[in-house]
Design a binder for this molecule. Structure first.
Ligand code: DGT
Ligand code: CA
Ligand code: CA
Ligand code: ZN
Length: 573
């Protein structure tokens, strides 16, 4: 079991205990343990019980449960709790604005056990009668349900990646000579994936039996000679297809998609007297093979340059590829630093030095520590004097980590009226200022746009953090006129963040592309709350690539000496 899976089980235990209205200390203990384990850099399943107890927040009982999960793959206590409720009850918790207390109330008073039952009760107006509910809360719940219906069956890109690598390890161990290639929306770097698509080049039929025997398979949906589909625990569907070596490129091309890109390619083939399918590219007249072993040869035969998977959405890449003017896309290796992260001063889990050490190990040449400002009281946000004290501590680390510059910054809240949470003379004394919205999400478009424009007009502001506030599969973006925001960003030199928290990826691809086309700079930052999360930059790189961004479009590809003069505070004459 990996850390993520163990953390998820502890979180479920905490949720179930909270639904049962059990002791608050016990609930918090499980949540803390889940946080610690989820962010731990090494696999906790491989740590002995005595050492486990040295981990923050892990006592004797929790260490035993980790060992139980590591050795048996399950936890008896978790199973007992699950038995006390219908399994669908945990789905309710994934709705925005529905916490364990609400679930407990819904279950005890109306016997609501699933999202369907909740939707029916909300539509019938039965929720507003409940204590502490009201018509407004009822409408919010209904809206959350409707938002989730459109995401049904989709999964976050990083979650898909984690499960995919588990699957690939399993397959590769059992069929060592075979090439397994992930395709579909995952290969295109889409922010969410509907299912997992894998090709096996040159594999034998027996591979299908191996595939459907994976320990996570809950149901076999199809089991054929060249294609099998399974349903994995966690609600993932995965497809495995066997492909002969001569069709490797054709299958990769076809199953990577997107459908829209493929349709145009097929038409291009027809115009040239050719036929394109998942087996290869063939001449129509004598059915002879023109290409198929590599994607490059297929695109070449269609008079195009090979197209990076992230661009295959029929958003102009076909024209650009045939005119040989595709951009050189950003890669993870182009990034030299990370400009948004938190520490124990607010809601981060690690000290400044631990974050710096981890950044140095990743090869970064600079980071900015950007803890929260005071409006985020829940996160123990900093007021002016704490912010400046913290900045002094941050700066004192310079010189201690060879090759790493540590910038003292802040993630300053944008208040409801667009003013900033900290005074200008405080912001002026920091090295970099990120501003973000963390409250009043339901303002209308004009209000929200004015609010953010006003914040961006403050001359000490360098970056707009997670610009649209969305939480993938959970909360829609707030209403915002992106046209005005990107124009202002380009004009004033405020960089727009692609936030790499796995459930944000905010800006999304099309907004990031708009920003880039307007001439606004992007910044790809992790917003890490633990050292482990600093590796999440790779997911933001996918968003940037889908936005056609190259190294020149991104602020944190610059060296520290190039970066400093680009910050607004340093640019004033
Ligand atoms: P997803 O799974 O919803 O995140 O998105 P995809 O793009 O992975 O879609 P999926 O799994 O249905 O199919 C994988 C690729 O296979 C898709 O991007 C293009 C190709 N494909 C599937 N069905 C068709 C089809 O009917 N026509 C064409 N031209 N291509 C198809
Ligand atoms: Ca797919
Ligand atoms: Ca599929
Ligand atoms: Zn934030």
């Amino acid at each position: 079991m990996d850390n993520r899976q163990i953390a998820r089980i502890f979180t479920e235990i905490a949720d179930l205990l909270e639904i049962k209205a059990e002791n608050g200390f016990k609930i918090r203990a499980y949540r803390t343990a889940a946080d610690t384990i989820g962010a731990w850099p090494d696999a906790v399943a491989r740590i002995e019980e005595a050492q486990l107890r040295d981990l923050p927040g892990i006592g004797k009982d929790l260490a035993k449960k980790v060992r139980e999960l590591a050795t048996t793959g399950a936890c008896e206590y978790h199973a007992e709790l699950l038995q006390q409720f219908p399994s669908t009850i945990l789905d309710l918790l994934r709705l925005q604005g529905v916490g364990p207390k609400t679930v407990a109330l819904l279950y005890s008073s109306l016997n609501i056990k699933s999202v369907e039952e909740l939707a029916a009760a909300a539509r019938a107006g039965r929720l507003r009668e409940l204590k502490g509910m009201g018509a407004k809360k009822e409408a919010q719940i209904l809206k959350a349900i409707e938002e989730r219906e459109k995401d049904a069956g989709r999964h976050l890109l990083p979650d898909t990646g984690a499960l995919l690598s588990e699957l690939l390890t399993y397959l590769t161990e059992r069929a060592p000579g075979i090439d397994f290639i992930p395709v579909g929306s995952f290969r295109r770097g889409c922010e969410t994936c509907g299912d997992i698509d894998v090709l096996a080049v040159g594999g034998e039929r027996s591979l299908m039996d191996v595939f459907i025997a994976h320990p996570k398979v809950e149901r076999v949906l199809g089991h054929g000679d060249t294609k099998s589909s399974v349903l994995l625990s966690g609600g993932y569907q995965a497809d495995l297809r066997l492909v002969p070596a001569e069709s490797r490129g054709a299958a990769m091309q076809y199953f990577t998609g997107s459908k829209a890109h493929n349709i145009v390619l097929r038409d291009r083939a027809i115009q040239r007297g050719l036929k394109l399918n998942e087996y290869g590219l063939f001449r129509v007249d004598d059915e002879s093979r023109v290409a198929g072993e590599t994607e490059e040869a297929i695109y070449e035969a269609l008079d195009m340059a090979w197209v990076e998977p992230e661009l295959r959405e029929n958003r102009g890449e076909i024209e650009a590829a045939s005119e040989r003017r595709l951009p050189r896309l950003l890669t993870l290796a182009d990034l030299r630093g990370d400009l948004h992260m938190h520490t124990t001063a607010t809601d981060g889990r690690e000290e400044i030095a631990a974050m710096a050490a981890a950044a140095q190990r990743l090869g970064h040449s600079y980071i900015a520590i950007t803890d929260h400002s005071k409006a985020l009281a829940m996160a123990n946000g900093l007021d002016e004097s704490r912010a400046l004290e913290h900045a002094a501590r941050v700066r004192s680390l310079n010189g201690q980590f060879e090759g790493l510059t540590v910038l003292a910054g802040i993630e300053c809240d944008i208040l409801a009226d667009g003013s900033l949470d900290l005074a200008d003379d405080c912001l002026a004394q920091l090295d970099i200022v990120v501003v973000s919205v963390h409250s009043h999400f339901s303002q209308d478009e004009a209000q929200m746009t004015d609010r953010i424009l006003k914040a961006m007009s403050n001359p000490w502001v360098d970056v707009l953090g997670h610009p649209t506030g969305r939480l993938l599969l959970k909360r829609d973006p707030y209403r915002l006129n992106m046209d005005l925001i990107t124009t202002a960003a380009a004009r004033d030199g405020v960089a727009l963040e692609i936030n790499c928290q796995v459930d944000r990826l905010d800006l999304n691809d099309s907004h990031a592309r708009l920003a880039r086309e307007r001439g606004a700079r992007l910044v790809i930052s992790t917003d890490a709350h633990s050292a482990g999360a600093l590796t999440n930059q790779r997911w933001g790189v996918h968003m940037a690539r889908r936005a056609w961004a190259g190294p020149g479009d991104v602020l944190n590809t610059r060296t520290i000496d190039e970066l400093r003069p680009l910050l607004r505070r340093n640019r004033r004459a």
